[in-house]
Write a new protein. Structure first.
Lengths: 339, 339
């Protein structure tokens, strides 16, 4: 059997309609027995700390290794997994919440997309009916998706990686859901991302591009599915682009001042290779240094992706003493591991 | 200034002739002070174990995060870095060897390409003149690049990741260069890779594709620069491809039998996204399970890459008791980290 559809992206898949289920089954193998499948399409750690509040993440498939690749020691306790580019339905949110719950409540932590908010809210109501306390923290780090005055409209993008890492460290240590939610919210409040796209993604079910982008322009501030950003700019050098992205980050309301310590995350949407991430990092660091911003930890990787899409983002998480301590804890997952 | 050349791959770079130097400078930042630049283009760990044999890796740039992203705790002590797709010249090999040497000799561990062999050999002779003992182990894991009877002709591909991890664990523990070389050689002897390509890479200096490949075929056994493999096969499903790759691995002389424990590494050349790696892993695991092969550890990642190139490989490293113990040690680097 050859691939039964116009596979213009030349994807190595089986039936394109089965991608979400099949990648999920593969992911369970990738966890080497440390996490297991629960119910329809949730993944949950096998060794959960007893009598502890739980951290549940989730979102659509097709952006691997997020979200479901961020389950693990010092990371999330479990993830609810949707179809390709679609939020997990409420019954999957419920099955995941029940599986991670240990009597101290469950924190839902996910990116700000209408479908996710709706389904996690309904799933949360179902969980409450089952006697599980639920709190929600929504990741909305995408600076270019709305002005500071309308932060509730901002999308969740690559900043979710440092946020989940910090919340995961909190979930491994705190005793109450309120504490876990407070720290996760602080991690969100201290995180900002600006991304760009150079090439569109593709939709696995059709092979069609997710949007159009001329060869000589960059989509500044574009979302990870190709959502509109602040506009198109001419294709430029890495040095110019790094400066533009940092300008947008510094113009936002994170209030970075000399002496601040940050986590600096340079992410690829997948089809931009690490060479370029490193050349961008080389351009960015002297700008940060000149402002007196101290990079406590750097991540250069492709963790928040979209099929075939090329582009990069810079995420900054400002660390206070509490967050820095949580950052320095080790963590392990398919998508991000730190000693 | 816009990018001063036909940037058909739409790379986010500066002057295309500066890519190797600039990505190297970015890489030094990515190490967060744990490794430093030495000389012209070498990177070396800051905290080296005293009176220990050294592990030096290296190769051309453009395949990030290898090789130079595999320096770190429990990984290599240093790396000599070449230009894009070109071996490090002998003077860089020498500067790196001098920097990692602590009086107990230096093991050169790198992939089997004519330029690398020549330059590491000359660099090694220069190091010997400086009083440094040198041994060499060459990684040649690419099953499809030559038959078992001509293993010395095989290329080094993605299997270098488990090999460097095992040799790095050995370098952190053994006391003699002979022991380090013995273990690195065993890791090589126990490692096999079969790769495929679905799309060509691009040459950063020209923007041109590295080779041609029709839309309806896969290059079976192709090297990571597009070197000839065993032939072209029609585009097929992930299930079919996983079976074909495993057939080639099992047909080689690793002598896998039921009960053997392995590290299983599913690598992307960069432009193939993790969704596909996970779907391939899902297809591969039942085949391994049916043969009684026990997967001790799985890696699903994009570590051995080539600009714009799409494709995947499976690497198998057979673990005996000694290698398993070394595998289970933690390691940390920009390209691969394990708790």
């Amino acid at each position: 059997m050859s691939v039964p559809y116009k596979n213009s992206a030349k994807k190595i898949i089986n039936d394109p309609n089965d991608c979400a289920d099949e990648l999920f089954e593969g992911l369970v193998f990738a966890y080497d027995g440390k996490a297991s499948r629960v119910g329809k399409r949730s993944i949950v750690m096998n060794d959960l700390r007893p009598d502890a509040p739980a951290l549940l993440i989730g979102g659509g498939a097709g952006h691997e290794p997020i979200y479901h690749g961020l389950v693990g020691k010092g990371m999330a306790d479990g993830a609810a997994v949707g179809e390709i580019f679609a939020a997990p339905p409420p019954d999957i949110v419920l099955e995941a919440a029940q599986a991670v719950s240990r009597g101290k409540g469950v924190l839902f932590l996910y990116g700000n997309y209408a479908g996710d908010v709706m389904n996690f809210d309904i799933g949360g109501e179902l969980a409450v009916e089952e006697g599980i306390e639920v709190k929600t923290v929504i990741i909305a780090d995408d600076v270019c998706s709305a002005p500071p005055s309308e932060k509730h409209k901002r999308r969740g993008v690559a900043g979710l990686v440092p946020v989940v890492k910090l919340a995961g460290a909190a979930a491994a240590t705190v005793d109450t859901l309120d504490e876990l939610a407070r720290i996760a919210q602080k991690a969100c409040d201290n995180t900002r991302t600006v991304g760009v796209s150079t090439k569109p993604g593709s939709i696995p079910a059709t092979g069609e591009p997710t949007f159009e982008l001329a060869d000589d322009v960059i989509g500044l501030g574009m979302g990870i599915h190709g959502e509109k950003g602040v506009g198109l700019i001419p294709m430029c050098t890495a040095n110019e682009l790094a400066a533009k992205i940092l300008d947008l980050l510094f113009a936002d309301d994170l209030g970075l001042v000399a002496g601040d310590e940050i986590v600096f995350f340079v992410n690829s949407l997948g089809s931009t290779h690490m060479m370029e991430l490193l050349i961008l990092l080389r351009a960015a660091r002297p700008i940060l240094d000149a402002k007196g911003i101290k990079v406590h930890h750097t991540i250069v990787d492709s963790i928040v992706t979209c099929q075939e899409m090329a582009g990069v983002s810079f995420s900054i998480t400002k660390l206070d003493a509490e967050l820095k301590k949580l950052w320095d804890m080790p963590c392990e997952s398919v998508g991000y591991t730190k000693l």
